[in-house]
Design a binder for this molecule. Structure first.
Ligand SMILES: [Zn+2]
Length: 434
């Protein structure tokens, strides 16, 4: 088994105690962390990585995203939500083919890898293609298809969303020792109905899958659900159909209520906070500090690039932290250590994975951050810098499951020049006619 020693680093462990080890040795064996400490472990090692005195932290978990939507970066900006969706996003999405999906997924994955992401929860269409690209790129992913159901009739044996879900699970769930997991998924309460909820809930239980759903992103969505279902919110109505009886992530949760949080805390449903997307689309501000106080696990996501317009988890952490301080008029409402945990350890927990901590037995998902950079100089507090001052461009090394996949600007698993050409010459003409 390959043994890699990382040394000469300041390691942010993300353990319960908030340990920051100033001169740490981290030993990686295969795809797991074997040991971490202040003493050099016994060799020999197949590879030694001198961290140059920079900061080693767990790779980010982007717990809610739609990777291929990188193709729509900035497209249709400046329109109201419904116009933006109907005149810009949906017409483009109708034109996808597998080849365009593949290169756009690569482009999105590359952007994430370069800014320190080692694990994602993705929801999109043609998910088998996304799975192939994730498999090549080297990061981990929980993949889902975002099931919808509008028609009044429903036969799970012939309904396309059920066929797609079953095929994806059979082909990819557990791939490469669990590097890829398939989640069951409902796009949202407002894009589906009870037949699909019941089927997905049963299917997740039968196959031991997680669940990924958009929840209460906009006030309109939340209130329309209550009007349709006798005052029940999306969390509550889906609860009645067993949707939360498995490990589950609920994206956005902007308009969720204290009653919703009680259900989420009891059932172990994670809220995925996507602050930049919520702000850009004018959806509102999720009550993160209150949800955490109510015992809800809260992770962090970027949502799709089309509503962000990038995938920099550093920016997402900073926005999350300062937003909660601002809306609660309390500079302690969301501390830097809490924001960092949302993007790492709490995201790992949300996805049912041992990632997001530097701890023996956890996945060797690790990134190195250049603390010699101007924007991180001087340094009085490493965790504060990671949340308030660092950028994705400060990441100089990304190790996913023990394999270095990005180093000093070089992608080691993605042919980035070919990907950019393919996006320019094939995907853009297909999707946008230019
Ligand atoms: Zn989303």
């Amino acid at each position: 088994m390959k043994r890699t020693l990382i040394f000469h680093v300041c390691a942010v462990l993300m353990d319960e105690a908030g340990t920051v080890l100033p001169d740490a040795y981290v030993l990686v064996e295969g795809h797991k962390i074997r040991s971490v400490g202040a003493e050099r472990p016994d060799g020999p090692f197949d590879l030694e990585i001198d961290g140059g005195g920079d900061v080693l932290m767990p790779g980010f978990v982007n717990a809610h995203t739609h990777v291929p939507m990188v193709a729509m970066r900035g497209y249709g900006d400046g329109n109201a939500l419904q116009d933006w969706l109907e005149k810009f996003i949906f017409p483009v999405e109708a034109k996808w083919d597998d080849r365009a999906m593949a290169c756009c997924a690569d482009l999105g994955l590359a952007e994430m890898i370069a800014s320190g992401v080692t694990c994602i929860a993705d929801m999109y269409m043609r998910t088998g293609v996304v799975a192939q690209r994730v498999a090549r790129a080297g990061i981990s992913a929980n993949l889902s298809c975002g099931g919808v159901l509008f028609a009044p009739e429903f036969d799970p044996d012939t309904y396309s969303e059920c066929i797609v879900q079953r095929a994806l699970t059979e082909e990819w769930h557990g791939y490469d020792d669990g590097r890829i997991l398939v989640d069951a998924s409902i796009h949202g309460e407002y894009t589906s109905r009870a037949d699909l909820w019941d089927w997905m809930a049963d299917y997740a239980k039968e196959k031991g899958l997680g669940m990924h759903v958009h929840i209460s992103e906009t006030r309109t969505e939340h209130e329309a659900c209550k009007a349709r279902h006798g005052g029940l919110t999306p969390i509550q109505v889906l609860d009645r159909h067993g949707v939360w009886d498995c490990r589950a992530i609920a994206a956005h949760c902007v308009w969720t209520t204290p009653e919703d949080w009680a259900i989420m805390a009891e059932k172990g449903v994670t809220a995925v906070h996507d602050p930049i997307s919520n702000l850009k689309l004018g959806s509102g501000i999720a009550p993160v500090a209150a949800m955490k106080k109510a015992g809800v696990n809260v992770a962090l996501g970027t949502d799709g690039v089309s509503s962000n317009n990038c995938t920099d988890l550093f920016g997402e952490m900073k926005t999350a932290a300062i937003l909660q301080n601002g809306v609660n008029c309390d500079p302690l409402a969301l501390l830097p250590g809490q924001a960092l945990a949302m993007a790492t350890a709490d995201g790992g927990k949300a996805l049912g994975r041992q990632t997001g901590r530097i701890q023996p037995g956890y996945e060797a998902d690790l990134i190195l951050v250049d603390f010699h950079a101007l924007n991180l100089t001087p340094c009085h507090d490493v965790v504060s810098h990671l949340v308030y001052a660092a950028h994705g461009s400060n990441v100089i090394m990304n190790m996913a499951r023990g394999q270095v996949i990005y180093q000093n600007g070089e992608f080691l698993t993605i042919d980035i020049d070919r990907v950019k050409r393919e996006v320019q010459d094939y995907a853009l003409p297909l999707l946008f006619g230019k």
